[in-house]
Design a protein around this ligand. Sequence first.
Ligand code: AMP
Ligand code: GLY
Length: 416
Amino acid sequence: MKVLLLGAGAREHALAWKISQSRELWKLWCAPGNPGMEQRWACKAIDPCNPAQVCELALTLGIDLVVVGPEAPLMCGVADALRKLGIAVFGPDAGAARIEGSKAWAKEVMSAARVPTARSEVFTDLAAAEARARAWGPVVVKADGLAAGKGVVVADSGEEAAQAVRALGKLPAGATLLLEERLTGPELSLIALCDGERYLLLPPAQDHKRLLDGDQGPNTGGMGAYAPAPLLNPVQLEEVGRLVISATLLELSRRQQPFRGALFAGLMLTPQGPKVLEFNCRLGDPETQPLMMQLDEDLLPLLAACAAGKLTQTKLKLKAGASVGVVLAAHGYPDAPRAGDRIEGLEVPAAPGVERFLAGVRKDAGALVTAGGRVLTICAQAPSFEAARALAYAEAEKIRFAGKQYRRDIGAHPAI
Ligand code: AMP
Ligand code: GLY
């Protein structure tokens, strides 16, 4: 198979690493890729959000399967354009990608599919939203659209909620707002590879979204993740697959929007059972990094089967033990990440069982320098959590750049 992978982050670097081990791969191209991916695979400098450019590249290269990493190209209709040309693509059409692009629409789909989720109300009138928020008290305020991790405020009081309504209402993504019942419990990322009807659950993973140890500090895109997260037993997992993933796929297909790609359910494990906080239309970042290392399967035929609507496999083989991914972030992340800090240590090979997946990195006069908030993910696979953590952290210390930030507690409490 000739495969084109779209994206430039650590998630895509990890996907490329896994896909390139496939027995069915002829050649892998990445677009645009990053300096880490460039070392091993051909990278093409196109705009992954431009459907015409992606289609032209796929036709020129004779691509058999396009794998889309991030949500932005999906929302721009890249998968729609490729499918119109008869090119197989792992990633949903823009219509189904709305499950991530519009929280109000996602809620409507969940309600129709009877997916367990927090109670919510949708507002387009800011004054009405503010009044309701003040009366509600502790409530979660969400902007409907994509807001780069800045679209959700978990408010402790009515006054704080009203303030959040005013702030989020100013965002382009906040023309429609949701007020949502505040839930409690540990969070879990459950991702399914879907063919429009059938699905294959990846092992549950857990992200760490706050910047600092002990879940303190501001929200980020994710500071690290581990898998498998031992928070649901196989029977519970099977049930969540049915009630959340399968029910949603059925509802989307009933609406003529079949979902072919990775459906990501952000769950909260409440005392009343698992409930969906959000859906994403793609694999998670950083969850994908440990997930790729934990899989003991040839991933490429599974992605191709999903793209073709012909997924037959129902279980995934995993490696023994666990995988832990630690994100190394730039100085000033998440508010104002500093670019241009020279990265040292990558020239020395990583220890066995460790991969370094690059993200916010660019080449500058032959050296690698920081060029984004999340710079790279150090990911380790080992026969136990303790060993995987120790290995990931030993390697994290070997990578040096000014202002490096990382959490010391990724996967420290996998039972919580
Ligand atoms: P979201 O982008 O919807 O996943 O929200 C971002 C974060 O806000 C989640 O990871 C949760 O930590 C928190 N959050 C979202 N919805 C709720 C809710 N209904 N109750 C409590 N916390 C929530
Ligand atoms: N790790 C959360 C996300 O990918 O959205």
